[in-house]
Design a protein around this ligand. Structure first.
Ligand code: FAD
Ligand code: NAD
Length: 470
C-alpha cells in the first residue's frame, strides 16, 4: 500500500481499544482506517491477557496431574509423573493467539475498516505517515483515535537482556528456568510467577511494598498468600532489587529488605514486572499539541484530548490499564463520532487477578466506602459452605464472596470474591452494580443450584442479617 489516504476516522493501534473503536466506527458507516505496527490484537491478545491465561491454564492442569501422581485423590491415581513439554505448550498457546488475531482481521474486514500495517508517525494532530512494507502512506483524517497502549516499565538497575525479561519473553521462553526471581508482586508477577511455580520452577518474589497485590484489599489477597506459603514460595516484602550480575552461568540479583544488609539471590531468569507505562514515545505525540496528565494523555469523560477531534483511549489515558476498559472507551468514542450521546461513566470497572486462587474486585471495598464517609453493611459467604465449590474441589482455599452495601438504602457498592473459578462471576457482580441493585434484589434473584453463583445471594442475605446456609 502506498500514496495518500483521506479518511473520516483514523485509529492508531489495533489492541482491544483501537480495534473495537474501528469495528464500531465501521459498523456505524464511518470511513475508517486502522494503523497497526505489529499484529492485530495488541498487547492483550498477542503478548498479554490471552497468552498469559493460556499458560496459566496449562500450568494448573499440569500441577493437578502432578499432584495426583504424588497423592491419589477422589479415586484418581497417576502411576507416573506427567511430562511437560514447554515448546508444545507454547505452540498450543500461539495457535490460540493466531486464531484470535485472524478473527480480529475478519471482524475489521466485515466492518469495512481499511487496515494499514506499519508505524504511524504524526507530523501534526490530523496527519500521519505510515512506513509500510512498500512505501510511505500519508493519512489525513477528520478524527484521530489514539490507542497506542502501553509498554513494560523496566528498572534502570536491571537492564533487559541476558536473562532479565519482561512478561513478553516470559510467555515464549524456549525452556523452563530452574530458578526464577520475579521483581514485582503485582498482577503480572503473581499471575506468571504462580504459573511457573506450578510447572515446577523454583520461584521467589521481590516486592517493594509491605504487601503484595496492593490494588486489592488484604482480605482478598490472604488466600493467595496462604497458597504461596503452603508451597514454601518466598515473597520478600519491603524489598528492592538493586543490581544484577552474571555469575556461575546464571544471574545474581542483589536485593535489600528495608534497612537490612543487601543479600544475593541466585537465579537463571529474572522477570521484571513492576508496572507498565503508556506508549507515548517515538510516534510524534509531541507534534499533536495534547495536554498530558502525568505520563498519560489527558482526556475528558468522552475521551477527548485537548486537540479538537483527537481522541485517546485505553492504556494510553490512565489506570486501570485493563483490556475491557480500553474496549469500552473505544466503542464509546466511535459512537460519539457518529453522533450518539455517550460518556464514560461506569459505576465500576471490574478487575480480576488470575492468581491461585483468583480474585475479583468490582466497586468499593468496605474500607474504600468508609474512606468516602459512607456507612456500610457487608455480608461474606465462604465457598467452604457452597455445594458446587466442594464438588469441584474449590472449597478449601479460603475463598469467599463479599457484598458491600450502603447501610441506609442497601444500594450495593461493591462485590468482591476470591476463590477458584471466581473470574467467571465478575460479570454478575458488574451487572448488579451497573443496574443499581439493592441487597434485596440480589438476595431474591433465584440462582441455579448447585453453582458457585449461589454464594452471591447468600452474601447479600448475610448483609441483611439472615444468611441461610451459614
Ligand atoms: P494495546 O493492547 O497495548 O495495543 C496498542 C497497539 O498499538 C499495539 O498493538 C501496538 O503495536 C500499536 N501501536 C503503538 N504505537 C503505534 C503506532 N505509532 N503506529 C501503529 N501502531 C501502534 N488486561 C486485562 O483486562 N485482563 C488481563 O487478563 C490482562 N492480562 C495481561 C497480561 C499481561 C502479561 C500484560 C502485559 C497485560 C495484561 N492486561 C490484561 C492488560 C491489557 O493487555 C491492556 O490493558 C490492553 O491491551 C490495553 O489495550 P490498548 O488497546 O489500550 O493497548
Ligand atoms: P502492577 O502495578 O500490577 O504491579 C507492579 C508491582 O511491582 C507492584 O506491587 C509494585 O509495588 C511493585 N514494584 C514497583 N517497583 C518495584 C521495585 N523497584 N522493586 C520491587 N517491586 C516493585 O504491574 P504489573 O504486574 O507489571 O502489570 C501491569 C499492568 O498490566 C497492571 O497494572 C494491569 O493493569 C495489567 N494487567 C492486568 C492483568 C489482569 O487484568 N488480570 C494481568 C496482568 C497485567
Amino acid at each position: 500500500m502506498s500514496g495518500k489516504i483521506t479518511t473520516q476516522v483514523l485509529v492508531v493501534g489495533g489492541g482491544p481499544g483501537g480495534y473495537v473503536a474501528a469495528i464500531r466506527a465501521g459498523q456505524l458507516g464511518l470511513d475508517t482506517t486502522l494503523v497497526e505496527a505489529d499484529r492485530l490484537g495488541g498487547t492483550c491478545l498477542i503478548r498479554g491477557c490471552i497468552p498469559s491465561k493460556a499458560l496459566i491454564h496449562v500450568a494448573s492442569r499440569f500441577a493437578g496431574l502432578q499432584q495426583l501422581s504424588v497423592a491419589p485423590h477422589a479415586g484418581i491415581a497417576l502411576k507416573s509423573e506427567p511430562d511437560f513439554d514447554l515448546p508444545a505448550a507454547i505452540q498450543w498457546k500461539d495457535g490460540i493467539v493466531d486464531k484470535l488475531s485472524t478473527g480480529v482481521a475478519g471482524l475489521l474486514k466485515k466492518a469495512k475498516v481499511r487496515v494499514v500495517h506499519g508505524t504511524a508517525k504524526f507530523a501534526d494532530a490530523k496527519t500521519c505517515t505510515v512506513q509500510t512494507g512498500d512505501a510511505p502512506v500519508e493519512i489525513t483524517a477528520e478524527h484521530v483515535i489514539l490507542a497506542t497502549g502501553s509498554v513494560a516499565a523496566g528498572l534502570p538497575q536491571l537492564p533487559w537482556g541476558d536473562g532479565v525479561i519482561s512478561s513478553t519473553e516470559a510467555l515464549s521462553l524456549p525452556a523452563l528456568p530452574k530458578r526464577l526471581v520475579v521483581v514485582g508482586a503485582g498482577y503480572i508477577g503473581l499471575e506468571l510467577g504462580i504459573a511457573f511455580a506450578k510447572l515446577g520452577v523454583e520461584v521467589r518474589f521481590v516486592e517493594a511494598l509491605d504487601r503484595m497485590l496492593p490494588s486489592y484489599d488484604r482480605a482478598l489477597v490472604r488466600p493467595v498468600e496462604q497458597w504461596l506459603k503452603k508451597r514454601g514460595i518466598e515473597v520478600l516484602l519491603n524489598t528492592k532489587a538493586q543490581d544484577v550480575a552474571r555469575a556461575n552461568g546464571g544471574l545474581r540479583v542483589t536485593v535489600q529488605t528495608g534497612d537490612a544488609a543487601p543479600q544475593d539471590l541466585a537465579c537463571d531468569t529474572l522477570l521484571v514486572a513492576v508496572g507498565r507505562r503508556p506508549n507515548t514515545q517515538g510516534w510524534g505525540l509531541e507534534h499533536m499539541a495534547l495536554t498530558m496528565d502525568g505520563a498519560f494523555v489527558k482526556v475528558d469523560a468522552q475521551c477527548r484530548t485537548a486537540m479538537h477531534n483527537v481522541w485517546a483511549i485505553g492504556d494510553l489515558v490512565g489506570e486501570p490499564m485493563l483490556a475491557h476498559k480500553a474496549s469500552a472507551q473505544g466503542e464509546m468514542v466511535a459512537e460519539i463520532i457518529a453522533g450518539k450521546r455517550r460518556s464514560f461513566d461506569p459505576v465500576a470497572i471490574p478487575a480480576v487477578c488470575f492468581t491461585e486462587p483468583e480474585i475479583v474486585a468490582v466497586g468499593l471495598s468496605p474500607d474504600e466506602a468508609k474512606a468516602q464517609g459512607i456507612e456500610t453493611v457487608t455480608g461474606q459467604f465462604p465457598f467452604a459452605a457452597n455445594g458446587r465449590a466442594l464438588t469441584m474441589d474449590a472449597g478449601g482455599d479460603g475463598g469467599f464472596v463479599r457484598v458491600t452495601a450502603r447501610a441506609d438504602n442497601h444500594l450495593v457498592l461493591g462485590i468482591h470474591a476470591v476463590g477458584a473459578h471466581v473470574s467467571d462471576l465478575s460479570g454478575e457482580f458488574a451487572h448488579a452494580l451497573e443496574m443499581g441493585a439493592r441487597l434485596e434484589d440480589i438476595a431474591h434473584t433465584i440462582h441455579v443450584h448447585p453453582t458457585l453463583t449461589e454464594a452471591v445471594p447468600e452474601a447479600a442475605l448475610g448483609a441483611l442479617g439472615h444468611a441461610l446456609h451459614i
